[in-house]
Design a protein around this ligand. Structure first.
Ligand code: ATP
Ligand code: MG
Length: 636
């Protein structure tokens, strides 16, 4: 590039000299990348730390991107450096402004602030000039072979490539053709610009890689200005160079591109050059994470949109109620590795629960109501119970009034006509405590024709609120809601979107593994206190999980709650179920089976293989079955 072009390069954003943080000052735990930065700084190879997060605006960002965002932004912050948000928008056929806007919302949500927002498309004039310079120096040529011919001539890993008939074109002819390619004289694919490197290189990427191609499609930012577009391999290193990136962090699949990266910046950039480092991408079980595949799910209508709470996108996670703090905590726990591996989503759930445990007040809701009549309360009588919002181990104050009435509801799963061994909840003649309220004893059971219970008549021991009534065995505690004063609501319970840990294992089509039972909607009741709360409040519905009101559908008069995460880990139990002895935890297995039945009944009939025990346990994660382990201590 000549001096005049260089002066027109966009300036690097101002930034300070870097300093190596003490370990206790780091947000990102030391890893092989911070080791590189430390030694670069110590040995004076760099004096500042400049990183970038470079999404292609062809879809919504997902939790894998969150890993890259945390790494790029937080590492730079740790060293007093800066980070650009750069949209790598070199493919006009798939990119859109709405994806740019969505990514910016996601970054704001994660509370990371780029020093500047840049676009590779802003650099098109500079990249074009650099391409001409490569031609002038005999380092690039226009190839008029077809795609197939280029592939043939490139050779294989065991065979070197062979030169095609256009490799020795003159500089003048190359410059002329490249200009005419951009003037729109040729159709897509008629010519490409290739770097002239080494057709015998053991690295296939170095066998005269394509740098530019013709695309006749309007670009969402530059419109019809350009007819030639740089490929990633051309645009990425040179955009890094323009921005003064010191450490260009990308995922492992770009390992072989690094040699080309170095070749390009080595050929065209004087002074400090950026370097690329590769880390393992985040791959989560039970989902797919490429934007292209996620787009497929959206287009096929298999999900309600990019923000369907079952999607791994950041917008879906936000809508579901997951906090940004949980996503960052998860990214940190995953860490930065040099080798690819799959991550169990239980780790993400763990971070989500961790962020909510101290932040979510406990309230009562019932997702699968069974009517209970407290026969010794009068019609219309209301007993206000003072109920603390927080358990003993959360050091917070606060309580609300919970109304007890003659008619209440409990979970269907908390009553059994013939309780199996180990079942500690209600059954005919048994007594349990209503959470924050009296002990109740089942005196009569009404059933439908099939023998299913439809209504329990119970005596409530109102005089012994704080203690166990004399001579009554209290089996456990169950949650409940007043039937007339409870607020009707819909609870959306989400299971994994895919029924297999790796939906593409053995060449499977991931679309075939979409689980139609991954969304279950229940009509239930929630205690009336929630109506007075900020609609953004995240709750723990006791024994059921963490919930908040769906920001899209749930904020009007109809309450719709998303389950953010169940209280216990539905994936870990898969491991238990897959092992031989699920019966060794009788309370769990009882509930899992019941939950599996209900999900199969509620789903669209598409769940095949429901007899596979590991699948039933996944169903339990999506079901509304209460956690039997909660409240289980018997009172005597
Ligand atoms: P996708 O296949 O989802 O489109 P990509 O790698 O093509 O992914 P880009 O938008 O081009 O996505 O990537 C932006 C940045 O995010 C890149 O630096 C990329 O390496 C990183 N990234 C993408 N997916 C992951 C992931 N699963 N884990 C970690 N980093 C990722
Ligand atoms: Mg991509």
């Amino acid at each position: 590039m000549n001096a005049q072009d260089t002066t027109r390069l966009p300036p690097v954003a101002p930034h300070a000299e870097a300093r190596i943080p003490r370990d206790d000052q780091r947000q990102v735990a030391p890893n092989f990348i911070t080791d590189v930065i430390d030694s670069d700084l110590r040995e004076g190879r760099v004096t500042s730390v400049v990183t970038r997060f470079p999404p292609e605006p062809n879809g919504f960002l997902h939790v894998g991107h969150a890993k890259s965002i945390c790494l790029n932004f937080l590492v730079a912050q740790d060293y007093g450096g800066i980070t650009y948000l750069r949209f790598d928008d070199t493919n006009p056929e798939t990119e859109e402004m709405r994806y740019v806007e969505a990514a910016q919302r996601d970054l704001a949500w994660l509370e990371v602030e780029p020093v500047e927002v840049r676009f590779a498309s802003d650099y098109f004039p500079h990249l074009y000039a650099w391409a001409q310079e490569l031609i002038r120096r005999g380092l690039a040529y226009v190839d008029s072979s077809s795609e197939e011919e280029i592939r043939q001539l490139r050779g294989t890993v065991t065979e070197p490539g062979r030169p095609g008939p256009y490799r020795e074109r003159s500089v003048e002819e190359n410059l002329d053709l490249f200009t005419r390619m951009n003037a729109g004289e040729f159709s897509d694919g008629a010519h490409v610009l290739r770097a002239k490197i080494d057709l015998a290189s053991p690295n296939m990427k170095m066998r005269d890689p394509i740098l530019y191609r013709i695309v006749h499609a309007p670009h969402y930012r530059t419109g019809d200005t350009w007819k030639v577009y740089p490929l990633y391999d051309m645009a990425h290193p040179l955009s890094d160079a323009i921005e003064g990136i010191t450490h260009s962090l990308c995922t492992l699949e770009f390992v072989n591109n690094r040699e080309l990266y170095d070749w390009l910046v080595g050929s065209l950039i004087d002074g400090q050059r950026p370097h690329q480092y590769e880390f393992a991408r985040l791959v989560l079980d039970h989902t797919v994470m490429s934007k292209r595949k996620l787009l497929h799910l959206v287009r096929e209508g298999l999900v309600s949109g990019w923000d369907d709470p079952r999607m791994p996108t950041l917008s879906a996670m936000r809508r579901r109620g997951i906090t940004a703090a949980a996503v960052k905590d998860f990214a940190n726990r995953v860490g930065v590795a040099k080798a690819n591996s799959r991550t169990d989503p239980a780790l993400l759930d763990h971070s989500i629960r961790d962020a909510l445990n101290d932040a979510a007040p406990r309230v009562l809701a019932v997702l699968d109501p069974l009517a209970v009549e407290l026969t010794n309360l009068a019609e219309g009588q209301v007993v206000q119970l003072e109920a603390p919002y927080w358990p003993h181990d959360v050091p917070k104050e606060g309580s609300r009034q919970v109304p007890l009435t003659r008619e209440v509801v409990i979970e269907r799963a908390d009553f059994e006509m013939e309780p199996p061994r180990g079942y500690k909840r209600l059954a005919p003649g048994r007594a349990v405590r209503l959470r924050h309220g009296p002990v109740v004893r089942v005196d009569e059971v009404e059933t439908d024709d099939a023998g299913n219970p439809t209504r329990l008549s119970c005596h409530a021991f109102l005089d012994d609120m704080g203690s166990a009534p004399e001579g009554v065995k209290v089996w456990s505690t169950v949650h409940w809601v007043s039937r007339p004063l409870g607020v009707p609501m819909t609870a959306r319970l989400y299971g994994p979107l895919f029924d297999a840990p790796d939906p593409e294992a053995d060449g499977a089509n991931f679309l075939d593994h979409v689980d139609p039972g991954s969304l279950v909607e229940n009509r239930g009741l929630v205690e009336p206190s929630v109506l007075g709360d900020d609609p953004d409040t995240r709750y723990q519905f006791e024994r059921l999980g963490y919930f908040w009101r769906d920001p899209v559908d749930g904020r009007g008069d109809d309450l719709v709650f998303n389950r953010i995460v169940p209280l216990k880990d539905g994936y870990g139990r898969r491991a238990v179920a897959a092992g031989a002895d699920v019966r060794s935890t009788p309370e769990l297995s009882v509930d899992d089976e019941r939950a599996g039945d209900r999900v199969r009944g509620a789903g669209s009939g598409g769940r095949q293989g429901a007899s596979d025990p590991s699948r039933e346990v996944v169903a339990a994660a999506a079901s509304g079955a209460p956690d039997p382990a909660r409240y289980e201590r018997a009172e005597r």
